[in-house]
Write a protein that binds this ligand. Structure first.
Ligand SMILES: [Zn+2]
Length: 227
């Protein structure tokens, strides 16, 4: 992936404004000639989930290389990424200057099947908090590892996943308390590992997989400090 090295260039006889208008007037606008392609791109992510945050619903299209700086790519399909409104807003007009500064491009970047998202339970103030981090597999290049770090930080994903994890922990607290009182902390740990493995089978690096492995790894958590 070398999209960071793409240099903007002009097209003869077409102004930047005209190029951007092709997108807004002939692709986004309903009943415009290109709207069917727009809808096809928007419907392309599995289960309709945003490929940038892997959580919210894809409801918009982002220009990977922003059309304000690269108007000639306004309607180039590989530059049009389905994503949620929040990721679109947060990413805004960001574009990479270096190879390791690229946000992950869902059409090109491949992360493999090894787990790369991890979390730890920390007790910062009152209750448990999930603190996320990237654990780069050896098979990744250093550029890919940097891109994943850039992706997570630029899109505020660790904060999102920590907040979602907080909700998840609140929702399972009653179940964990019952398991603890009936069978003890080892049963709680075994239950959490089974839940983690089930999620890992579906997606090894989802925020939930990391959350359940983190809960299972915390002796304080498994001993009843559920928050
Ligand atoms: Zn998103």
């Amino acid at each position: 992936m070398r999209l960071h090295s793409y240099a903007p260039h002009s097209i003869d006889d077409v102004t930047e404004e005209e190029l951007k208008n092709i997108y807004s007037r002939s692709m986004v606008r309903r009943r415009s000639p290109g709207r069917a392609v727009y809808d096809l791109i928007l419907a392309s992510p599995p289960h309709g989930i945003c490929p940038l945050c892997a959580h919210r619903i894809a409801s918009s299209i982002d220009h990977y290389l922003p059309k304000d700086y690269f108007p000639e790519l306004s309607v180039v399909p590989m530059n049009l990424i389905p994503c949620c409104a929040d990721c679109n807003r947060i990413k805004h007009s960001y574009y990479p200057a270096e190879a390791g500064e690229q946000i992950l491009h869902p059409y090109f970047h491949r992360l493999g099947s090894e787990r790369w998202l991890d979390a730890d339970i920390e007790y910062l103030h009152a209750g448990p908090v999930l603190v996320y981090r990237i654990t780069a597999p050896e098979s990744w290049s250093s550029d890919l590892a940097s891109c994943v770090e850039t992706h997570a930080s630029r899109l505020d994903l660790f904060l999102l996943y920590s907040e979602l994890g907080g909700v998840e922990m609140a929702e399972i607290r009653h179940r964990l308390n019952r398991l603890l009182s009936q069978s003890g902390s080892e049963t709680v740990k075994a239950h959490l590992i089974a839940e983690a493995e089930s999620r890992q089978h579906s997606n090894p690096s989802s925020w939930k997989t990391a959350a359940y492995f983190a809960m299972a790894a915390s002796n304080r958590f498994c001993s009843g400090d559920f928050g």
